[in-house]
Design a protein around this ligand. Structure first.
Ligand SMILES: [Zn+2]
Length: 466
């Protein structure tokens, strides 16, 4: 306590002109820089089901979370269950965590906990208190403890990483137990106000506790109590034991991750064929089997299984199979009447495939509110408008895509091409120039960002699914 006061005094003397609080603008700026570091360390998930559905869960939670910034959720590829939040509204969840969840309210509980960290500004306050802690140091600490693909991440990284969500924050950013408890409390209120059972987070924490991984980590390494202690505390505060919102779609998202997001193997095929055989009426197993058939190139069989399904999402799945088998006109027929963004995403592919490029462009434009959750929307819009002959727009959106996925040098190349096509003195050209100038911001060490820092293209290799 005394130490903190002393530090504060010293800082007051040394930094007389800056306030202690980060302004919202500063917080947003720093958060964006940390985000770019996260993007360099992780591969983004690109599955429209996963990204758009998780965005819808966040949309449900956000009005009840009180975060001072619009929340942007990024789904990153990692088999390790994890979720973390930085500041400025940025939150992250791994594919491993989504896959580990049995019910949507578990993921909702975890995300609400992260929104709790955001709304209580735990990371931002750490930065304020620990000046001169810069975003670069903070990002390095965060990613180091996450054991992300950062050169030099020690052996401790992966071990801590397996203790899952917030362990990274609790250790590297010295989140206090109070912070964790506060995020749990705020998270629970958010979860229940959004119509999700309060048992989601506590059940998930108990599941984590049950994994060997957490047990192998000495408690002294964690500044938060073991998951089961937190789970018990949460349970004592639950007021909404039953989920009241529709969570039917979530199991399909998990099925996709289990099937499409890993190398296809006979074991995967056997698992889903077996599930379907045991319970032919279960629509999720049927969907899984249809995906398996699709991966094997037997789209006729996939279609047959989907047609036999009893599910309100049948037409969406059918449209997806049609797109996959390049039967674009049939895909347009079943997808055109649907209003959810996932269907729109496939509809855009169907329209593009059937030659209606204008329709595809319009449909993709309708998905722009999701550009942060699924940046590939920008890339596809750039390609389609380019094919339509609008080269300025095409290059602009390819540039925007590379900005969203954290590759400024590639973005600059496209933005420059775009300006050349628009004309330097045109309205559009000037707008893109502003965007281009923003990519050239200096790093805290005063040096311009170097091109050699460009991460390798981690693209969308594991998943090719329109
Ligand atoms: Zn936490």
């Amino acid at each position: 306590m005394k130490g903190r006061v002393l530090t504060a005094l010293v800082l007051l003397i040394c930094v007389p002109l800056t306030t202690f609080g980060l302004t919202l603008t500063e917080e947003a700026k720093d958060a964006k820089q940390i985000h770019l570091q996260v993007l360099r360390a992780f591969r983004l998930n690109n599955d429209p089901y996963v990204c758009l559905y998780m965005a819808s869960v966040v949309k449900r939670l956000e009005p009840n979370a009180g975060v001072q910034f619009p929340v942007r959720l990024t789904v990153v590829e990692s088999p390790t269950p994890n979720a973390f939040a930085t500041m400025g509204g940025y939150a992250y969840v791994t594919t491993g965590l989504i896959e580990m969840a049995d019910r949507e309210e578990e993921v909702a509980g975890v995300l609400a906990h992260e929104l709790g960290h955001l709304s209580r500004r735990h990371v931002a306050k750490t930065m304020e208190q620990e000046k001169p802690l810069t975003w670069a140091t903070l990002a390095g600490m965060l990613l180091g403890t996450l054991g992300a693909m950062v050169p030099g991440a020690g052996a401790l990284g992966p071990a801590l990483m397996s203790s899952t969500m917030a362990a990274a924050q609790t250790v590297s950013l010295k989140f206090s137990r109070e912070n964790e408890d506060e995020a749990d409390r705020f998270g629970l209120v958010t979860t229940e106000a959004s119509g999700y059972s309060g048992h989601g987070l506590s059940d998930f924490l108990k599941k984590i506790r049950a994994t060997e991984a957490e047990r192998s980590i000495p408690q002294y390494l964690l500044t938060h109590p073991y998951s089961d202690v937190r789970a018990a505390k949460i349970e004592s505060r639950i007021t909404l034991p039953q989920t009241t919102v529709n969570t039917d779609f979530f199991p399909y998202v998990v099925a996709r991750l289990k099937i499409l997001n890993k190398p296809f193997s006979p074991a995967i095929e056997d698992t889903w064929m077996g599930k379907h055989a045991n319970n032919p009426k279960d629509p999720v197993s049927a969907y899984g089997v249809a995906l398996v058939y699709t991966l094997k190139g037997d789209t006729a069989k996939a279609e047959e299984v989907i047609r036999g399904m009893d599910s309100p999402y049948r037409d969406l799945f059918l449209g997806e199979i049609f797109v996959r088998s390049q039967r674009f006109k049939e895909a347009v027929e079943v997808l055109a009447s649907q209003t959810n963004p996932i269907a729109s995403y496939f509809l855009a592919s169907a329209l593009e495939g059937s030659g209606d490029l204008l329709g595809a462009a319009e449909t993709l434009k309708g998905l722009f509110p999701y550009k942060e959750n699924l940046p590939i929307i920008y890339q596809r819009y750039g390609m389609v408008t380019g094919r339509l002959g609008y080269e300025g727009i095409g290059y602009e959106y390819l540039g925007r895509y590379y900005l969203e996925i954290g590759r400024p040098p590639a973005a600059r190349t496209y933005l420059e091409k775009s300006i050349a096509k628009y004309g330097r003195n045109s309205e559009e050209g000037k707008e893109v120039q502003v965007l281009l100038d923003e990519t050239k911001e200096k790093k805290p060490d005063g040096k311009d960002e170097k091109t050699k820092d460009e991460p390798q293209d981690r693209g969308n290799r594991s998943l090719r699914w329109y």
